[in-house]
Write a protein that binds this ligand. Structure first.
Ligand SMILES: [Fe+2]
Ligand SMILES: [Fe+2]
Length: 471
Protein backbone atom coordinates (compact mmCIF):
# COMPACT_ATOMS: atom_id res chain seq x y z
CA UNK A 1 0.00 0.00 0.00
CA UNK A 2 2.71 2.51 0.85
CA UNK A 3 5.45 1.48 -1.58
CA UNK A 4 5.28 3.98 -4.41
CA UNK A 5 4.94 2.66 -7.92
CA UNK A 6 7.31 4.48 -10.25
CA UNK A 7 6.52 2.26 -13.21
CA UNK A 8 3.18 4.04 -13.44
CA UNK A 9 2.59 7.21 -15.42
CA UNK A 10 1.62 8.85 -12.14
CA UNK A 11 3.87 7.65 -9.30
CA UNK A 12 1.72 6.93 -6.26
CA UNK A 13 1.31 4.98 -3.07
CA UNK A 14 -2.48 4.81 -3.27
CA UNK A 15 -2.77 1.69 -5.46
CA UNK A 16 -3.97 3.79 -8.36
CA UNK A 17 -3.57 0.85 -10.77
CA UNK A 18 -6.38 -0.94 -8.94
CA UNK A 19 -8.86 1.80 -9.70
CA UNK A 20 -8.95 2.10 -13.48
CA UNK A 21 -11.56 4.84 -13.61
CA UNK A 22 -9.71 7.07 -11.23
CA UNK A 23 -6.42 6.34 -12.95
CA UNK A 24 -7.88 7.28 -16.33
CA UNK A 25 -9.40 10.48 -14.93
CA UNK A 26 -6.08 11.56 -13.44
CA UNK A 27 -4.18 10.57 -16.57
CA UNK A 28 -6.46 12.81 -18.58
CA UNK A 29 -5.81 15.71 -16.17
CA UNK A 30 -2.02 15.14 -16.39
CA UNK A 31 -1.47 16.72 -19.86
CA UNK A 32 -3.42 19.78 -18.73
CA UNK A 33 -1.16 20.04 -15.72
CA UNK A 34 1.92 19.80 -17.95
CA UNK A 35 0.57 22.47 -20.27
CA UNK A 36 -0.03 24.68 -17.25
CA UNK A 37 3.54 23.97 -16.01
CA UNK A 38 5.01 24.89 -19.41
CA UNK A 39 3.05 28.11 -19.75
CA UNK A 40 2.76 29.30 -16.14
CA UNK A 41 5.67 27.54 -14.41
CA UNK A 42 9.36 28.58 -14.35
CA UNK A 43 10.11 30.73 -17.39
CA UNK A 44 13.90 30.29 -17.46
CA UNK A 45 14.89 27.52 -19.91
CA UNK A 46 16.98 24.79 -18.28
CA UNK A 47 18.39 21.43 -19.27
CA UNK A 48 18.18 19.90 -15.85
CA UNK A 49 18.13 20.75 -12.15
CA UNK A 50 19.46 18.94 -9.07
CA UNK A 51 16.13 18.14 -7.44
CA UNK A 52 14.70 16.17 -4.60
CA UNK A 53 11.93 13.82 -5.63
CA UNK A 54 9.66 12.19 -3.08
CA UNK A 55 9.99 8.43 -3.42
CA UNK A 56 8.61 7.11 -0.17
CA UNK A 57 6.76 8.26 2.89
CA UNK A 58 8.52 6.24 5.56
CA UNK A 59 11.01 7.41 8.12
CA UNK A 60 13.95 5.61 6.50
CA UNK A 61 14.57 8.15 3.75
CA UNK A 62 11.77 9.52 1.64
CA UNK A 63 13.51 11.41 -1.13
CA UNK A 64 16.13 10.93 -3.76
CA UNK A 65 18.31 13.63 -5.30
CA UNK A 66 19.50 13.88 -8.86
CA UNK A 67 19.69 16.04 -11.97
CA UNK A 68 16.39 15.90 -13.82
CA UNK A 69 14.82 17.92 -16.63
CA UNK A 70 12.01 19.74 -14.83
CA UNK A 71 9.37 18.65 -17.35
CA UNK A 72 10.20 15.03 -16.46
CA UNK A 73 9.87 15.59 -12.72
CA UNK A 74 7.83 12.72 -11.28
CA UNK A 75 4.94 14.56 -9.70
CA UNK A 76 3.27 11.86 -7.67
CA UNK A 77 0.55 11.15 -5.16
CA UNK A 78 1.84 10.28 -1.71
CA UNK A 79 -0.12 9.88 1.47
CA UNK A 80 1.57 9.38 4.83
CA UNK A 81 1.43 5.87 6.32
CA UNK A 82 -2.08 4.98 7.43
CA UNK A 83 -2.92 4.37 11.06
CA UNK A 84 -5.68 1.74 10.91
CA UNK A 85 -6.81 2.62 14.44
CA UNK A 86 -6.91 6.37 13.96
CA UNK A 87 -9.79 8.05 15.77
CA UNK A 88 -11.22 11.53 15.46
CA UNK A 89 -9.54 13.79 18.03
CA UNK A 90 -12.06 16.62 18.40
CA UNK A 91 -15.54 17.91 17.80
CA UNK A 92 -18.91 16.19 17.76
CA UNK A 93 -17.47 12.92 16.35
CA UNK A 94 -14.59 12.74 18.80
CA UNK A 95 -13.58 9.16 19.52
CA UNK A 96 -15.24 7.70 16.41
CA UNK A 97 -13.05 6.03 13.78
CA UNK A 98 -11.58 8.45 11.20
CA UNK A 99 -13.50 8.55 7.89
CA UNK A 100 -12.09 6.83 4.84
CA UNK A 101 -14.92 8.22 2.71
CA UNK A 102 -16.49 11.68 2.66
CA UNK A 103 -19.72 11.77 4.68
CA UNK A 104 -22.54 13.13 2.49
CA UNK A 105 -23.45 15.84 5.00
CA UNK A 106 -19.94 17.39 4.88
CA UNK A 107 -19.27 16.93 1.19
CA UNK A 108 -19.62 20.57 0.15
CA UNK A 109 -17.56 21.91 3.07
CA UNK A 110 -14.73 19.43 2.61
CA UNK A 111 -14.59 20.10 -1.10
CA UNK A 112 -14.37 23.83 -0.39
CA UNK A 113 -11.51 23.38 2.09
CA UNK A 114 -9.56 21.24 -0.38
CA UNK A 115 -10.13 23.67 -3.24
CA UNK A 116 -8.95 26.65 -1.18
CA UNK A 117 -5.79 24.80 -0.13
CA UNK A 118 -5.28 23.49 -3.68
CA UNK A 119 -5.61 26.96 -5.17
CA UNK A 120 -2.63 28.33 -3.25
CA UNK A 121 -0.20 25.67 -4.53
CA UNK A 122 -0.08 26.53 -8.26
CA UNK A 123 -0.60 30.21 -7.40
CA UNK A 124 2.82 30.50 -5.80
CA UNK A 125 4.45 28.83 -8.82
CA UNK A 126 2.82 31.47 -11.02
CA UNK A 127 3.92 34.27 -8.70
CA UNK A 128 7.52 33.06 -8.86
CA UNK A 129 7.57 32.34 -12.58
CA UNK A 130 10.09 34.99 -13.60
CA UNK A 131 12.50 34.84 -10.69
CA UNK A 132 14.90 32.49 -12.48
CA UNK A 133 15.94 35.39 -14.71
CA UNK A 134 17.56 37.13 -11.73
CA UNK A 135 18.77 34.29 -9.50
CA UNK A 136 21.68 35.36 -7.27
CA UNK A 137 23.41 31.96 -7.59
CA UNK A 138 22.89 28.46 -9.00
CA UNK A 139 22.26 27.27 -5.46
CA UNK A 140 19.39 29.75 -5.05
CA UNK A 141 18.08 28.98 -8.52
CA UNK A 142 17.93 25.31 -7.62
CA UNK A 143 16.06 26.07 -4.40
CA UNK A 144 13.52 28.16 -6.29
CA UNK A 145 12.86 25.30 -8.70
CA UNK A 146 12.67 22.81 -5.83
CA UNK A 147 9.97 24.89 -4.18
CA UNK A 148 8.17 25.21 -7.53
CA UNK A 149 8.08 21.49 -8.37
CA UNK A 150 6.91 20.66 -4.85
CA UNK A 151 4.11 23.22 -4.99
CA UNK A 152 3.19 21.51 -8.25
CA UNK A 153 3.10 18.20 -6.37
CA UNK A 154 0.92 19.76 -3.69
CA UNK A 155 -1.53 20.66 -6.43
CA UNK A 156 -1.47 16.98 -7.43
CA UNK A 157 -2.15 16.04 -3.82
CA UNK A 158 -5.34 18.12 -3.71
CA UNK A 159 -6.42 17.11 -7.22
CA UNK A 160 -6.11 13.45 -6.25
CA UNK A 161 -8.54 14.01 -3.36
CA UNK A 162 -10.95 15.89 -5.61
CA UNK A 163 -10.89 13.15 -8.27
CA UNK A 164 -10.97 10.24 -5.85
CA UNK A 165 -13.69 11.48 -3.51
CA UNK A 166 -15.84 14.19 -5.07
CA UNK A 167 -17.05 12.78 -8.41
CA UNK A 168 -17.87 15.05 -11.30
CA UNK A 169 -17.80 18.21 -9.16
CA UNK A 170 -14.34 17.26 -7.96
CA UNK A 171 -13.11 16.83 -11.54
CA UNK A 172 -14.54 20.22 -12.47
CA UNK A 173 -12.82 21.86 -9.51
CA UNK A 174 -9.54 20.23 -10.61
CA UNK A 175 -9.90 21.89 -14.01
CA UNK A 176 -10.65 25.23 -12.37
CA UNK A 177 -7.43 24.97 -10.34
CA UNK A 178 -5.53 25.20 -13.63
CA UNK A 179 -7.86 27.79 -15.08
CA UNK A 180 -7.56 30.44 -12.33
CA UNK A 181 -4.25 32.32 -12.37
CA UNK A 182 -2.41 34.53 -9.94
CA UNK A 183 -3.17 38.19 -10.59
CA UNK A 184 -5.58 37.43 -13.45
CA UNK A 185 -8.28 40.09 -13.93
CA UNK A 186 -11.11 37.70 -14.82
CA UNK A 187 -10.09 34.49 -12.97
CA UNK A 188 -7.80 35.37 -10.07
CA UNK A 189 -6.63 33.00 -7.35
CA UNK A 190 -8.99 32.77 -4.37
CA UNK A 191 -6.87 34.43 -1.66
CA UNK A 192 -5.45 37.94 -1.82
CA UNK A 193 -1.79 37.24 -0.96
CA UNK A 194 -1.65 34.76 -3.83
CA UNK A 195 -2.48 37.44 -6.36
CA UNK A 196 0.45 39.65 -5.35
CA UNK A 197 3.51 39.36 -7.55
CA UNK A 198 6.85 38.08 -6.31
CA UNK A 199 8.99 40.43 -8.37
CA UNK A 200 12.39 40.06 -6.72
CA UNK A 201 14.38 37.68 -4.53
CA UNK A 202 13.93 39.64 -1.32
CA UNK A 203 10.18 39.21 -1.86
CA UNK A 204 10.74 35.51 -2.59
CA UNK A 205 12.60 34.97 0.69
CA UNK A 206 9.96 36.92 2.62
CA UNK A 207 7.22 34.97 0.84
CA UNK A 208 8.75 31.60 1.65
CA UNK A 209 9.31 32.72 5.23
CA UNK A 210 5.90 34.29 5.93
CA UNK A 211 3.45 32.96 3.35
CA UNK A 212 4.69 29.37 3.11
CA UNK A 213 4.53 29.43 6.90
CA UNK A 214 0.85 30.30 6.69
CA UNK A 215 0.61 27.16 4.52
CA UNK A 216 2.28 25.17 7.27
CA UNK A 217 -0.40 26.23 9.75
CA UNK A 218 -3.30 25.63 7.36
CA UNK A 219 -1.92 22.16 6.54
CA UNK A 220 -1.49 21.57 10.26
CA UNK A 221 -5.23 22.10 10.83
CA UNK A 222 -6.17 19.87 7.88
CA UNK A 223 -3.80 17.17 9.10
CA UNK A 224 -6.14 16.86 12.11
CA UNK A 225 -9.15 16.29 9.83
CA UNK A 226 -11.48 13.37 10.50
CA UNK A 227 -11.34 12.72 6.74
CA UNK A 228 -8.32 10.44 6.83
CA UNK A 229 -7.09 10.75 3.21
CA UNK A 230 -6.93 14.55 3.67
CA UNK A 231 -5.11 14.13 6.97
CA UNK A 232 -2.52 11.76 5.50
CA UNK A 233 -2.00 13.93 2.41
CA UNK A 234 -1.34 17.02 4.51
CA UNK A 235 0.99 15.18 6.82
CA UNK A 236 3.25 14.32 3.93
CA UNK A 237 2.99 17.79 2.38
CA UNK A 238 4.23 19.28 5.65
CA UNK A 239 7.44 17.34 5.23
CA UNK A 240 8.13 19.05 1.91
CA UNK A 241 6.93 22.41 3.21
CA UNK A 242 9.71 22.47 5.80
CA UNK A 243 12.29 23.00 3.04
CA UNK A 244 10.34 25.95 1.61
CA UNK A 245 10.50 27.71 4.95
CA UNK A 246 14.18 26.84 5.27
CA UNK A 247 14.71 28.68 1.97
CA UNK A 248 12.93 31.73 3.41
CA UNK A 249 14.59 31.67 6.82
CA UNK A 250 18.12 31.24 5.54
CA UNK A 251 17.46 33.54 2.58
CA UNK A 252 16.62 36.46 4.89
CA UNK A 253 19.53 35.40 7.15
CA UNK A 254 21.92 35.79 4.27
CA UNK A 255 20.54 39.18 3.18
CA UNK A 256 20.76 40.53 6.74
CA UNK A 257 24.23 39.05 7.19
CA UNK A 258 25.57 40.69 4.05
CA UNK A 259 24.00 44.09 4.83
CA UNK A 260 25.38 43.98 8.38
CA UNK A 261 28.81 43.08 7.05
CA UNK A 262 28.91 46.10 4.72
CA UNK A 263 27.50 48.41 7.42
CA UNK A 264 30.32 47.42 9.74
CA UNK A 265 33.04 47.48 7.09
CA UNK A 266 32.11 50.94 5.85
CA UNK A 267 30.83 52.20 9.18
CA UNK A 268 27.58 53.55 7.72
CA UNK A 269 23.83 52.77 7.67
CA UNK A 270 23.58 54.22 4.23
CA UNK A 271 24.53 51.15 2.24
CA UNK A 272 22.28 51.39 -0.83
CA UNK A 273 25.04 52.91 -2.93
CA UNK A 274 27.30 50.04 -1.83
CA UNK A 275 25.09 47.49 -3.54
CA UNK A 276 23.37 45.89 -0.55
CA UNK A 277 19.85 46.29 0.82
CA UNK A 278 19.54 48.82 3.67
CA UNK A 279 17.94 47.50 6.87
CA UNK A 280 14.95 49.89 6.65
CA UNK A 281 14.10 48.41 3.24
CA UNK A 282 14.36 44.86 4.62
CA UNK A 283 12.03 45.96 7.45
CA UNK A 284 9.50 47.34 4.94
CA UNK A 285 9.46 44.09 2.97
CA UNK A 286 9.01 42.19 6.21
CA UNK A 287 6.11 44.47 7.19
CA UNK A 288 4.39 43.89 3.87
CA UNK A 289 4.72 40.11 3.70
CA UNK A 290 3.84 39.60 7.34
CA UNK A 291 0.71 41.74 7.20
CA UNK A 292 -0.68 40.18 4.00
CA UNK A 293 0.04 36.74 5.46
CA UNK A 294 -1.93 37.60 8.62
CA UNK A 295 -4.90 38.29 6.35
CA UNK A 296 -4.75 34.69 5.10
CA UNK A 297 -6.05 33.49 8.47
CA UNK A 298 -9.39 35.22 7.87
CA UNK A 299 -11.50 37.20 10.33
CA UNK A 300 -10.85 37.02 14.09
CA UNK A 301 -14.15 35.22 14.51
CA UNK A 302 -15.82 32.83 12.12
CA UNK A 303 -18.92 30.69 12.52
CA UNK A 304 -17.88 28.69 9.44
CA UNK A 305 -14.64 27.70 11.11
CA UNK A 306 -16.50 26.90 14.35
CA UNK A 307 -18.74 24.58 12.32
CA UNK A 308 -15.75 22.98 10.57
CA UNK A 309 -14.25 22.26 13.97
CA UNK A 310 -17.39 20.82 15.52
CA UNK A 311 -17.92 18.67 12.43
CA UNK A 312 -14.32 17.36 12.65
CA UNK A 313 -13.24 18.74 9.26
CA UNK A 314 -10.45 21.03 10.47
CA UNK A 315 -8.76 20.95 13.89
CA UNK A 316 -6.42 23.21 15.78
CA UNK A 317 -2.65 23.40 15.44
CA UNK A 318 -1.29 20.41 17.45
CA UNK A 319 -4.83 19.41 18.42
CA UNK A 320 -3.81 16.28 20.24
CA UNK A 321 -1.33 18.09 22.46
CA UNK A 322 -3.97 20.52 23.73
CA UNK A 323 -5.04 19.90 27.29
CA UNK A 324 -8.78 20.53 27.08
CA UNK A 325 -11.96 18.68 26.13
CA UNK A 326 -11.48 19.14 22.34
CA UNK A 327 -15.09 20.27 22.08
CA UNK A 328 -14.63 23.88 23.27
CA UNK A 329 -18.35 24.31 23.90
CA UNK A 330 -17.89 26.32 27.07
CA UNK A 331 -14.44 27.91 26.57
CA UNK A 332 -13.71 31.51 25.71
CA UNK A 333 -10.87 33.36 23.96
CA UNK A 334 -10.09 37.05 23.70
CA UNK A 335 -9.63 38.23 20.14
CA UNK A 336 -8.44 41.41 18.44
CA UNK A 337 -11.25 43.88 17.97
CA UNK A 338 -12.12 47.53 17.63
CA UNK A 339 -13.56 48.59 20.95
CA UNK A 340 -15.26 52.01 20.76
CA UNK A 341 -13.12 52.73 17.74
CA UNK A 342 -9.87 51.84 19.54
CA UNK A 343 -7.56 48.85 18.99
CA UNK A 344 -8.44 46.40 21.73
CA UNK A 345 -9.65 42.93 22.62
CA UNK A 346 -13.01 41.31 23.08
CA UNK A 347 -14.00 37.97 24.51
CA UNK A 348 -15.79 35.45 22.30
CA UNK A 349 -16.48 31.72 22.46
CA UNK A 350 -13.39 29.61 21.79
CA UNK A 351 -15.13 27.98 18.84
CA UNK A 352 -15.82 31.16 16.93
CA UNK A 353 -12.34 32.45 17.79
CA UNK A 354 -10.46 29.54 16.21
CA UNK A 355 -8.95 31.69 13.45
CA UNK A 356 -7.40 33.84 16.17
CA UNK A 357 -6.02 30.78 17.93
CA UNK A 358 -4.29 29.66 14.74
CA UNK A 359 -3.05 33.14 13.88
CA UNK A 360 -1.48 33.45 17.34
CA UNK A 361 0.40 30.19 16.89
CA UNK A 362 1.63 31.56 13.59
CA UNK A 363 2.67 34.92 15.05
CA UNK A 364 4.69 33.20 17.78
CA UNK A 365 6.44 31.13 15.11
CA UNK A 366 7.19 34.23 12.99
CA UNK A 367 8.77 35.91 16.00
CA UNK A 368 11.40 33.15 15.90
CA UNK A 369 12.72 34.38 12.56
CA UNK A 370 12.97 37.96 13.73
CA UNK A 371 14.90 36.82 16.80
CA UNK A 372 17.29 34.92 14.59
CA UNK A 373 17.87 37.87 12.24
CA UNK A 374 18.42 40.16 15.23
CA UNK A 375 21.05 37.75 16.54
CA UNK A 376 22.91 38.23 13.26
CA UNK A 377 22.78 42.02 13.75
CA UNK A 378 23.85 41.67 17.36
CA UNK A 379 26.69 39.35 16.38
CA UNK A 380 27.92 41.99 13.93
CA UNK A 381 28.00 44.48 16.79
CA UNK A 382 25.16 46.61 15.40
CA UNK A 383 22.47 48.23 17.59
CA UNK A 384 19.77 47.97 14.85
CA UNK A 385 16.91 45.49 15.22
CA UNK A 386 14.10 44.16 13.03
CA UNK A 387 10.58 43.70 14.42
CA UNK A 388 7.18 42.28 13.53
CA UNK A 389 4.64 45.07 13.06
CA UNK A 390 1.49 45.22 15.20
CA UNK A 391 -1.35 42.93 13.96
CA UNK A 392 -3.46 46.02 13.19
CA UNK A 393 -0.88 47.28 10.68
CA UNK A 394 -1.83 47.19 6.96
CA UNK A 395 -4.72 44.76 7.31
CA UNK A 396 -7.33 44.15 4.64
CA UNK A 397 -9.19 41.35 6.41
CA UNK A 398 -10.73 41.17 9.88
CA UNK A 399 -11.31 43.61 12.72
CA UNK A 400 -8.66 46.08 11.57
CA UNK A 401 -9.53 46.15 7.87
CA UNK A 402 -11.38 49.44 8.24
CA UNK A 403 -8.73 51.35 10.16
CA UNK A 404 -5.10 52.34 9.70
CA UNK A 405 -2.41 51.75 12.27
CA UNK A 406 1.34 52.25 12.50
CA UNK A 407 3.70 49.27 12.99
CA UNK A 408 3.77 50.23 16.67
CA UNK A 409 -0.02 49.87 16.84
CA UNK A 410 -1.11 53.50 17.11
CA UNK A 411 -4.34 54.37 15.38
CA UNK A 412 -3.90 56.77 12.44
CA UNK A 413 -6.23 58.94 10.40
CA UNK A 414 -6.45 58.13 6.69
CA UNK A 415 -4.49 61.30 5.96
CA UNK A 416 -1.70 60.39 8.40
CA UNK A 417 -1.54 56.91 6.94
CA UNK A 418 -1.22 58.21 3.40
CA UNK A 419 1.49 60.56 4.49
CA UNK A 420 3.51 58.02 6.45
CA UNK A 421 2.94 54.63 4.85
CA UNK A 422 6.02 55.08 2.66
CA UNK A 423 8.12 54.83 5.83
CA UNK A 424 6.68 51.40 6.56
CA UNK A 425 5.83 49.70 3.27
CA UNK A 426 8.05 49.35 0.19
CA UNK A 427 7.70 52.41 -2.04
CA UNK A 428 8.20 52.39 -5.80
CA UNK A 429 11.68 53.78 -5.15
CA UNK A 430 12.48 50.89 -2.77
CA UNK A 431 11.18 48.32 -5.22
CA UNK A 432 13.08 49.84 -8.11
CA UNK A 433 16.22 49.87 -6.01
CA UNK A 434 15.83 46.22 -4.98
CA UNK A 435 15.14 45.26 -8.57
CA UNK A 436 18.27 47.10 -9.70
CA UNK A 437 20.32 44.63 -7.61
CA UNK A 438 18.65 41.62 -9.21
CA UNK A 439 21.21 40.59 -11.81
CA UNK A 440 21.54 36.88 -12.50
CA UNK A 441 24.67 35.05 -11.37
CA UNK A 442 24.78 31.71 -13.17
CA UNK A 443 28.47 30.94 -12.74
CA UNK A 444 29.28 27.96 -10.51
CA UNK A 445 30.39 29.01 -7.02
CA UNK A 446 29.68 32.71 -7.61
CA UNK A 447 27.09 34.79 -5.80
CA UNK A 448 25.48 38.23 -6.13
CA UNK A 449 26.92 40.95 -3.88
CA UNK A 450 23.68 41.67 -1.95
CA UNK A 451 23.57 38.43 0.02
CA UNK A 452 25.99 36.12 1.78
CA UNK A 453 26.61 32.57 0.50
CA UNK A 454 24.84 29.75 2.37
CA UNK A 455 26.69 27.87 5.12
CA UNK A 456 26.06 24.53 3.41
CA UNK A 457 25.02 23.27 0.01
CA UNK A 458 22.15 20.89 -0.71
CA UNK A 459 22.29 17.21 0.23
CA UNK A 460 25.95 17.40 1.25
CA UNK A 461 27.01 18.99 -2.03
CA UNK A 462 29.25 22.08 -1.89
CA UNK A 463 27.99 25.57 -2.67
CA UNK A 464 29.90 25.54 -5.98
CA UNK A 465 28.17 22.39 -7.22
CA UNK A 466 26.52 22.51 -10.67
CA UNK A 467 22.99 22.57 -9.28
CA UNK A 468 21.43 23.79 -12.54
CA UNK A 469 22.36 23.32 -16.18
CA UNK A 470 20.85 26.14 -18.19
CA UNK A 471 19.54 25.43 -21.66
FE1 LIG B 1 2.57 23.83 -0.76
FE1 LIG C 1 5.34 25.71 0.15
Amino acid sequence: MTTPDYAEKIPNNVALAEDRRLQRALESWQPNFLTWWETMGPALPTQDVYLRTAVNVGREGWARFGHVPMRDYRWGIFLAEPDPDRRIAFGRHKGEPAWQQVPGEYRAELRRLIVIQGDTEPASVEQQRNLGATAPSLYDLRNLFQVNVEEGRHLWAMVYLLHAHFGREGREEAEELLHRNSGSADAPRILGAFNEETPDWLSFFMFTYFTDRDGKYQLGTLKESAFDPLSRTCEFMLKEEAHHMFVGTTGVDRVVERTAQVMVEKDTDDVAALGVIPLPVIQKYLNFHYSVSLDLFGGETSTNVANYYTAGLKGRWMEERRKDDHLLDSDAISVDALVDGEIGLTEVSALTGLNTDLRREYIADCAGGVKRWNRILEGAGLPHRLALPHPAFNRKVGAFAGIEASPAGELLSAAEWDQRKGQWLPTDTDKTFVRSLMRPVYERGKIAAWLAPPRNGINGKPFDYDYVHLA
